[in-house]
Ligand binder design. Sequence first.
Ligand SMILES: Cc1cc2nc3c(=O)[nH]c(=O)nc-3n(C[C@H](O)[C@H](O)[C@H](O)COP(=O)(O)OP(=O)(O)OC[C@H]3O[C@@H](n4cnc5c(N)ncnc54)[C@H](O)[C@@H]3O)c2cc1C
Length: 342
Amino acid sequence: MIQHKDLDDPKTREVIIIGGGIAGLSAAIYLGRAQRDTLVIDSGHSMAKWEPVVENYLGFPKGVGGEKLLRNGRRQAKRYEVRFADDEIKAVSSKKSVFVLEGKRRNYRTNRLLLATGIFHLPPEIPGVKDCLGHSMFFCKDCDGYRVRGKRIAIIGSNNEAVEYALGMLLYSARVIVATNGKKPRWDKRHARWLAEYEIPVERKEIRDVDHRKRKIHALDFVGGNCVKIDYLFTTRGDIFHNQLAKKLGAKLDSDGQIKVDQCMRTSVPRLYAAGCVTPANCQMIIAAGQGAAAAQAINRDLFEESLATHSLQRFREAQLAEEKTVPELSKTNRNKKGRKK
Ligand SMILES: Cc1cc2nc3c(=O)[nH]c(=O)nc-3n(C[C@H](O)[C@H](O)[C@H](O)COP(=O)(O)OP(=O)(O)OC[C@H]3O[C@@H](n4cnc5c(N)ncnc54)[C@H](O)[C@@H]3O)c2cc1C
């Protein structure tokens, strides 16, 4: 069977997805199944790798490892002839209707570009807690609040967000403290009132050390000798959005640096799409997967409309008519007039 991509310029892909995390893989599966010539370029740092047991992804009642989800997604996309390149894109430009991508390993060209580059959660500036990431140190109460029910929880932060985090965590546990790690509180009066009203303790001293063994946090040691026993730590230091490529192409960003998209994941730049945590979406795996699918559907539809406008579908049909059987073969029916088998 000939494929329409056989007639295209082999040096220019129909679609390139930068980012092989949850959003990128979901888009890749849809685009592969839509017969689109698709390449996923990935530098291998999906945040999903940090979650040993994802408990809120539909269809896995016992949970599923983030790494496994990524591995399965890649395998699934490969079934539909999606190609993968392990590379990191450092620069991008746009010439006429083609995006030119400069990778660490090589360069690429594509008609449609999907940015699924994700974000990076800044870990707290406390020595030695990196080992506990995803095990007893978390960033997201929607992902991990449920698993820490009834435990001793510290929220690291000194702004309004940290206070709201602590208030939100009360639904999961009665034992919640805020630790500003030596920073002067920047929360406003309203948030200060809430802390007092809900009787949430605040420790303002700098954290000297985090007592942890085998990725399990046991206590926070404060400068001056105070020690608070805890089981889990949440941090609200902020996120870095991987938006440099979008910026370079002139796509609009919001005040946090997230790439602005419409309902179909189109950015403000024609032929450029974005999906997942790099957009203003709530940063959850199932939402990233849904956005990836929505972007893929829009890309597929836009390519279809373009193929009608440029007559490339007509040229493909001419090739089909020349090279393939295009009329279903007729065979004698073995049914009588009433539709029953003879
Ligand atoms: C500790 C932790 C626990 C979490 N737990 C949960 C949970 O339980 N449930 C849940 O729903 N969510 C959870 N999340 C959030 C979840 O990981 C994200 O929602 C999800 O990974 C977002 O998917 P994404 O595709 O937008 O980004 P990612 O999955 O992070 O993928 C982005 C990909 O783009 C690649 N990339 C970036 N820039 C480039 C470039 N220039 N060139 C090439 N490749 C590039 C990166 O290497 C990466 O592979 C957790 C996150 C963390 C940090």
